[in-house]
Structures are given as C-alpha cells and as structure tokens.
Design a protein around this ligand. Sequence first.
Ligand SMILES: [Zn+2]
Length: 169
Amino acid sequence: MSERWSPGTRIGYPSGGLALAHCRQRFLLGPQGTLFPCQWLHERGFPVLVEHVLGSFDGEPVRLLELERPVELAGCSWQTLRQLMLESDVETFRLLGYASQIGTWARQHRFCGSCGAPMELLPGERAMHCPHCEVQHYPRLSPSMIVLVTRGDEVLLARSPRFSSVTAP
Ligand SMILES: [Zn+2]
C-alpha cells in the first residue's frame, strides 16, 4: 500500500480532517482538488445520504460524504472518475478509485435486501448491518487479473472463435 494513501475504517478523532463529496459516481472538484476540509463541506448543508471513514491521506483522516443529489457550488464542478484520472496524481487516483467503490456500495446498501429495514453502519468495520434480521453486507470484491504468456521473444495471443480467422496483413 502506498505511503500517502492508507485505507481504514477508524479515525483517531471524531471531527476534522478531509472529505470527498461523491454522488452517483461523480466527485465534487474545487480549485484545490477533490479533497475538502470535512467541516467546510458539512457547513455547506449538503444533503448527505451516508458518511463513511475511508482512511488517511498524507496523515490526514479522510471521509466520504455520499450525497443524495449533486449540489451546485460556485467554482466547483462534478467530475467522473475517468475525468479525474487525467487530472490526478497516482496516489490521489487510488484514493478516488477506492472512494468511488465505497460510495456506490454505501448508496446501494442503505436498506436491507432481505427485509427492507434501514441498514446501520457497523462501527469499526466496512459493513452494513440490518438490526431487524441481522443480515450483514460487505463491499463486493471483484478481483481481476491480466496475464502475458511469453516464451523467449514470443507472445501467446488468443482470439475468440467468433472472430474472423482472417489475420491482419
Ligand atoms: Zn433485514
């Protein structure tokens, strides 16, 4: 894991630190970037659906504010992760990629899929808990991998049988 960005579910002190504002897979971007003082965001009165601790960035605790709807703010805009990929350094983009997944998961797990009751965040864990039927939901892991098979200076290439067998010149 990188030194600047470290995921976690616990923050040593309850308020302060930095926060990302996220809504439907877009982040609020200001002149300083995507990280805002958490207190400043709260003072704007945004419609926060759910708030999650993400971890720390440069030693500062970072939270995610998942908003009910995007809110217009002078000097700011809402940007997709793909747009931010081109404007962010690698460490910030790692944070944003993680935050985007947590934000989407948090938005989609506000109510229990079994009984419909409002879910509660399990303290100290990345999990939502239903106090009515005791179901717990964790973020889904979707691992993927890419492999390059080589032999000397040869590379193994494969194609789907439904593609044309004609090779390019
Ligand atoms: Zn339930």
